[in-house]
Design a binder for this molecule. Structure first.
Ligand SMILES: Cc1cc2nc3c(=O)[nH]c(=O)nc-3n(C[C@H](O)[C@H](O)[C@H](O)COP(=O)(O)OP(=O)(O)OC[C@H]3O[C@@H](n4cnc5c(N)ncnc54)[C@H](O)[C@@H]3O)c2cc1C
Length: 504
């Protein structure tokens, strides 16, 4: 058993963790990142890298109508409660943080056209999210490149692998590169299991490592950014989170919420524990779910073969519709051959259609009647007949598909409504869908300095949280692309500012 001391211990290595670690090291604090797996990046490395950080110079340069004020109006319209101090802190800090990151050549950001998730006052046409600029592998030191968790298609099914890192790959590579360049330390295969507490203050953590248990001490504080509890069947069930650990998008063997439980044992308050960043998940032959968005054609039906929502809704909102009834899990995407038998949507990973057919996660028949019969989808034929009349008229009278800019962003039909494509080209397919998620949203309640607080609002000295380890400041709402990462960065930054002022 060894004993190590650092100024700041960061647990986890997703986007929030690495941005926090980078900022702490930049501020002159000797910082270590502890990651339980042998790779850095977690779910953040799978992500599109979109960051919802309103009002920064990046949006200004792109000439879009974003501002802190319009983001405030948008959140005011969406959130069930008046804006909290945390939201105000988020709005104030986001542009400053982006400017600080942009001042370092290790980072580069650009506007990412991707519509926001609600038609509400303050919404920016084509969105206000920003994303890290792509980076080539040969621009990175070998030790950085080797540590970054691969994209989800490669990590899960061995597909793909590119010379250029984009989205979450670029995000993780850039932040890791800058952190290591500045003298930061990353220790992989360090599974943090508990906190070390002295006189009521968190002064370090305990980790299990390949060489045995270790105590890692933090003179300033511990920043927990270790994902949510999406990977824990026990905690999901305990808190009533819809979906299942086997369907989540978090890498296998990662986010199981033990540090939330350990913080609760210290008196920490938690919130939004039933919530997750939900999405429809294409069921894979191995039983997992693949995050699916951008439906271009087909209809999603329940156990009776009936549609229940606009399939083109933002994924989190469609996921909530799925979660609303047990008849919708599984659901079936019924589609035709207009795209040559491939899934008319973006699924990560999609998987090979022939393997799906062999495994029974997809079914193919010459007629819709056969499909309905084999899956016992009683109302399927009338559902498709009705949908085809909508495709002809251009109006989805049941769910308004194609009436919002998000609906038409991915659509490619050539009828009067490009989100409504008739289902009439045999053979026909049914792909089974489960309820997946990009992580849970419930977690440790923090104040405007990222400090974990008790029920009475008093902080637990030495303990900070961000990422999905902290309760989402957006509560049940997913305002737009990049909200998970955007809030994770901001609260990492606010935590580091507070840690920097704390005397050692
Ligand atoms: C395909 C896909 C696309 C997405 N696109 C976007 C997007 O564009 N923008 C966006 O904002 N969000 C996006 N998301 C969602 C987003 O990626 C996640 O919600 C977010 O990355 C979670 O960040 P995190 O830091 O909480 O967890 P993670 O990124 O999963 O990082 C947590 C890390 O902590 C480690 N860890 C966990 N427990 C311990 C422990 N006890 N000790 C040590 N280490 C531990 C894990 O191994 C893991 O590496 C996407 C998700 C997916 C799957």
């Amino acid at each position: 058993m060894s004993d190590m001391t650092w100024d700041v211990v960061v647990v986890g290595s997703g986007g929030g963790a690495l941005i926090g670690a980078y900022l702490a090291q930049q501020a002159g604090l000797n910082t270590v990142v502890l990651e339980r797996t042998n790779l850095v990046g977690g779910t953040s490395a799978y992500s599109g890298g979109a960051c919802w950080l309103p009002g920064s110079d990046v949006q200004q340069r792109a000439g879009i109508s974003d501002s802190t004020e319009s983001a405030r109006a948008y959140l005011e319209a969406l959130l069930p409660q008046p804006l909290s101090d945390q939201i105000e802190a988020f709005l104030a800090e986001a542009p400053r943080l982006v400017a600080q990151l942009e001042a370092d050549e290790a980072f580069a950001w650009e506007w990412l056209p991707f519509p926001e998730y609600f038609d509400a006052p303050g919404r920016v046409t084509m969105g206000r999210s920003i994303a890290p600029v792509k980076i080539r592998r040969d621009e990175l030191p070998e030790n950085v490149e080797a540590l970054v968790r691969p994209p989800v298609e490669l990590d899960r099914v061995g597909a793909g692998g590119r010379r250029t890192l984009s989205g979450g790959q670029s995000l993780i590579a850039r932040a890791l590169n800058a952190f290591l360049r500045d003298g930061g330390t990353v220790l992989t295969e360090h599974h943090v299991t508990d906190y070390v507490v002295e006189d009521g203050r968190v002064v370090g953590v305990r980790a299990s490592t390949p060489s045995g248990p270790e105590t890692i001490r933090a003179s300033r504080g511990v920043l927990v950014a270790a994902g949510g509890f999406e990977g824990s069947p026990k905690l999901r069930q305990q808190h009533g989170v819809p979906g299942a650990a086997g369907w989540t998008m978090a890498p296998t063997g990662t986010n199981s919420g033990e540090l939330m439980e350990a913080a609760i044992a210290l008196g920490a308050e938690v919130a939004h524990m039933t919530e997750a960043w939900l999405c429809p998940g294409l069921e894979q032959p191995d039983g997992g779910g693949s995050f699916t968005l951008g439906f271009r054609s087909g209809v999603m039906v329940d156990a009776q073969g009936r549609r229940y929502a606009n399939e083109c809704l933002p994924y989190d909102r469609f996921g909530s519709e799925m979660a609303a009834s047990p008849d919708r899990i599984p659901s079936y995407l019924v589609f035709d051959s207009c795209e040559g038998g491939r899934l008319p949507a973006i699924a990560m990973p999609e998987g090979d259609p022939e393997e799906h057919l062999a495994a029974g996660t997809w079914l193919r028949t010459d007629t819709l009647a056969e499909l309905a019969d084999k899956l016992d989808l009683t109302d399927l034929e009338s559902t498709v007949d009705r949908f085809n009349t909508f495709a002809e008229s251009g109006v989805d009278e049941d769910f308004g598909r194609g009436s919002d800019e998000y609906d038409t962003f991915f659509a490619g039909g050539d009828g009067p409504n490009k989100a409504l494509v008739p289902i009439d080209a045999p053979p026909f397919y049914a792909a089974r869908f489960v309820l997946s998620d990009l992580g849970t949203k419930g977690g440790l309640v923090t104040d405007v300095h990222g400090r974990v607080v008790r029920a009475d609002g008093e902080p637990i000295p030495g303990l900070y949280a961000t990422s999905n380890s902290a309760a989402s400041i957006f509560g049940p709402v997913y305002p737009g692309p990049g909200a998970p990462l955007g809030k994770a960065f901001v609260f990492a930054s606010l935590a580091v500012q507070h840690l920097t002022k704390e005397s050692s």
